[in-house]
Write a protein that binds this ligand. Structure first.
Ligand code: PGA
Length: 251
C-alpha cells in the first residue's frame, strides 16, 4: 500500500550512546503526535537492537543500511538479513549509491540482498539514481530504468509490492544541491510509469517512491506536495531531531 514515508539514513555517524539518545529523543517528540507519514531511522548495524528496544517501533520504524548477500555461514564481518530481522529492524536500505560506489555493489549482488531481505520479512528501501555526468548528458531516465530492470523488476509482483523505492541523484547527496522540485517529480513520475508498464497501473499507484538528496525542512514541503513524491530519504538532516521532525511535519 502506498504510504508517505520519511526515512532517515544516519550513515556512519553516531556512537551507540549518541544514537540511542537521538532515537529516544525522536521517539519522545513523535509519540502521541498526529503524523501524516511513517517514520523510519536507518542506523548502523550495532545500534539496531538497542534502538529497536528503546523506541516504539510503531512510531519510529528501524532500518539497517545494508545486509549480506548470503544467507549465513563463513562470511567474516557480514550481517545477514535474518540477523537484522532478529534485532527488531523492519526495513533495510539497499543499493545506496555510496554502497555501489565505495563497496562495489553490483546489480547481481543487490538482487541477492533484496531477495534475502524479502525472504526474512524486511522491507527493502531500494535506492537508485544517476551521477552528475549522466544527468549532464541527459541520460538519467535510461540509467535509472536500467538500475531497476537489473534488480527489483526481476521480482515477482507479490514481492515487488513489498518494496519502497528511493530516487537519489548522486549529485544531490550531501552536496547541499537539491534536485529541483520539477526534476524530482519528473523522475519519480517516470519511475511510476515504468512500474505501471512492468507490473500494471495498480502496482504503480500503490508503490511508495521517495526522493533523497539534500532534502531539508526548507525544501521538503514543496517536494512532498508533488503528486509522485511520497516522502524522503534523509541523510544529514536526520542527525538532529529538530531538523528531522521539521521534515516529518512537512506533510
Ligand atoms: P543527504 O543524504 O540528505 O545528506 O543528501 C541522503 C542520502 O544519501 O540518503
Amino acid at each position: 500500500m502506498r504510504k508517505n514515508i520519511v526515512a532517515g539514513n544516519w550513515k556512519m555517524n553516531k556512537t551507540l550512546q549518541e544514537g540511542l539518545a537521538l532515537a529516544t529523543e525522536l521517539n519522545a517528540a513523535l509519540e502521541g503526535a498526529t503524523l501524516k507519514c511513517d517514520v523510519v531511522i536507518g542506523t548502523p548495524f550495532i545500534h539496531l537492537a538497542a534502538v529497536a528496544a528503546a523506541v516504539n517501533t510503531k512510531v519510529v520504524g528501524v532500518a539497517a543500511q545494508n545486509c549480506a548477500d548470503k544467507a549465513s555461514g563463513a562470511y567474516t564481518g557480514e550481517v545477514s538479513a535474518a540477523m537484522l530481522k532478529s534485532t527488531g529492524a523492519e526495513y533495510v536500505i539497499l543499493g545506496h549509491s555510496e554502497r555501489r560506489e565505495y563497496y562495489g555493489e553490483t546489480s547481481a549482488i543487490l538482487n541477492s540482498k533484496v531477495e534475502l531481505a524479502l525472504a526474512n520479512g524486511l522491507t527493502p528501501i531500494y535506492c537508485c539514481g544517476e551521477a552528475l555526468d549522466v544527468r549532464n548528458a541527459n541520460e538519467q531516465n535510461a540509467y535509472v530504468q536500467k538500475q531497476l530492470e537489473e534488480t527489483v523488476f526481476n521480482l515477482s509482483a507479490d514481492d515487488f509490492a513489498k518494496i519502497v523505492i528511493a530516487y537519489e541523484p548522486i549529485w544531490a547527496i550531501g552536496t547541499g544541491v537539491t534536485a529541483s522540485t520539477e526534476q524530482a517529480q519528473e523522475m519519480l513520475a517516470f519511475i511510476r510509469t515504468l512500474i505501471a508498464e512492468k507490473f500494471g497501473k495498480d502496482m504503480a499507484e500503490n508503490t511508495s517512491i521517495l526522493y533523497g538528496g539534500s532534502c531539508n525542512a526548507k525544501n521538503a514541503p514543496e517536494l512532498f506536495a508533488q503528486p509522485d513524491i511520497d516522502g524522503g530519504l534523509i541523510g544529514g538532516a536526520s542527525l538532529k531531531v529538530e531538523d528531522f521532525k521539521a521534515i516529518i511535519d512537512a506533510f
